[in-house]
Design a protein around this ligand. Structure first.
Ligand SMILES: C[S@@+](CC[C@H](N)C(=O)[O-])C[C@H]1O[C@@H](n2cnc3c(N)ncnc32)[C@H](O)[C@@H]1O
Length: 260
């Protein structure tokens, strides 16, 4: 169809070009065939809202991180699964600290970038599929807003059950979320209202990502308040034991596996 993107590994292509621009190695997008062009991740929401975000931060070293990222990695202990590892910025620091870390991602291109940057232990796929591999973890990291992978009321039980199936006794999840409800922007408050009318959580975003001619299929990504998270976790194998909201509207949620 005219104007529709080709479905492909948006994150993979985007991170590959971001790495090329950062290092000067390999083919990279150039302005006028000469100057490196910054790589921009295009995020489309199903109400027509479009946002562009520079992708360079996916490669950022710890000196450029937000304080909550540091607090999150400081809490990782034991065998750690970095869920949605991206370009590996978190996994690289954990590796350096001697924490046994595995990066998991659905994007083959992202994993390729991680490998080239030195992340040693990588898994391609979803948490659900990884259960069959037999590996088990003490810490799960959902950083870079990846609490969003919980998607909404329908997916949450399955996602949390898959994490529990991958968990050792006493395991923890450290997840970075954003409370979406502080805004007065009518574009967002109207979207939240429309979602609720359709039986969805207010911040249950329906998104697709685009880069150059590529697009992802539409997917749900949850931006929720700590109260909504508590309710999603309530009947799961996990307990919400802590919400660190020192950097409002961002927060770090800690979930602990219930005793069996
Ligand atoms: C917003 S980025 C965060 C990257 C990284 N955690 C960081 O903080 O820099 C989201 C990452 O999650 C990956 N991802 C998306 N859906 C996933 C899924 N269902 N399972 C595992 N990874 C997924 C994407 O490919 C992407 O690399």
């Amino acid at each position: 169809m005219i104007g529709e993107p080709r479905i492909g590994d948006v994150i993979g292509e985007l991170l590959r070009d971001t790495l090329a621009v950062a290092t000067g190695v390999g083919p990279r997008p150039l302005v006028g065939g000469r100057l490196p062009r910054p790589v921009i991740e295009i995020i489309e929401r199903d109400d027509g809202l479009v946002n562009g975000a520079p992708a360079a931060h996916y490669l950022d070293g710890p000196e450029h991180w937000q304080p909550y990222d540091h607090r999150a990695v400081d809490r990782a202990r034991g065998a750690t699964l970095d869920v949605g590892v991206g370009a590996g910025r978190i996994a690289l620091l954990l590796q350096e600290r001697g924490v046994p870390v595995t990066g998991l991602d659905t994007s083959a291109g992202a994993l390729d970038v991680c490998r080239r940057r030195g992340v040693r232990d990588l898994v391609h796929g979803t948490v659900d599929a990884h259960v069959a591999d037999g590996r088990r973890y003490d810490t799960f990291l959902l950083l870079g807003n990846n609490l969003g992978l919980i998607e909404g009321r329908e997916r949450a039980p399955g996602f949390l059950a898959a994490l529990a199936a991958l968990a050792r006794p006493g395991a923890q999840v450290i997840a970075h979320g954003t409370d979406p409800y502080g805004t007065r922007d009518p574009v967002h408050t109207g979207y939240h209202e429309r979602n609720r009318r359709r039986g969805r959580l207010g911040g249950q975003l329906r998104l697709r990502l685009r880069y150059r001619e590529l697009g992802t299929p539409w997917f749900d990504y949850l931006v929720c308040s700590p109260e909504e998270l508590a309710s999603l976790v309530h009947d799961s194998p996990w307990r919400l034991t802590d919400v660190d909201d020192r950097d409002v509207p961002y927060y770090l949620a800690t979930l602990r596996l219930r005793g069996r």
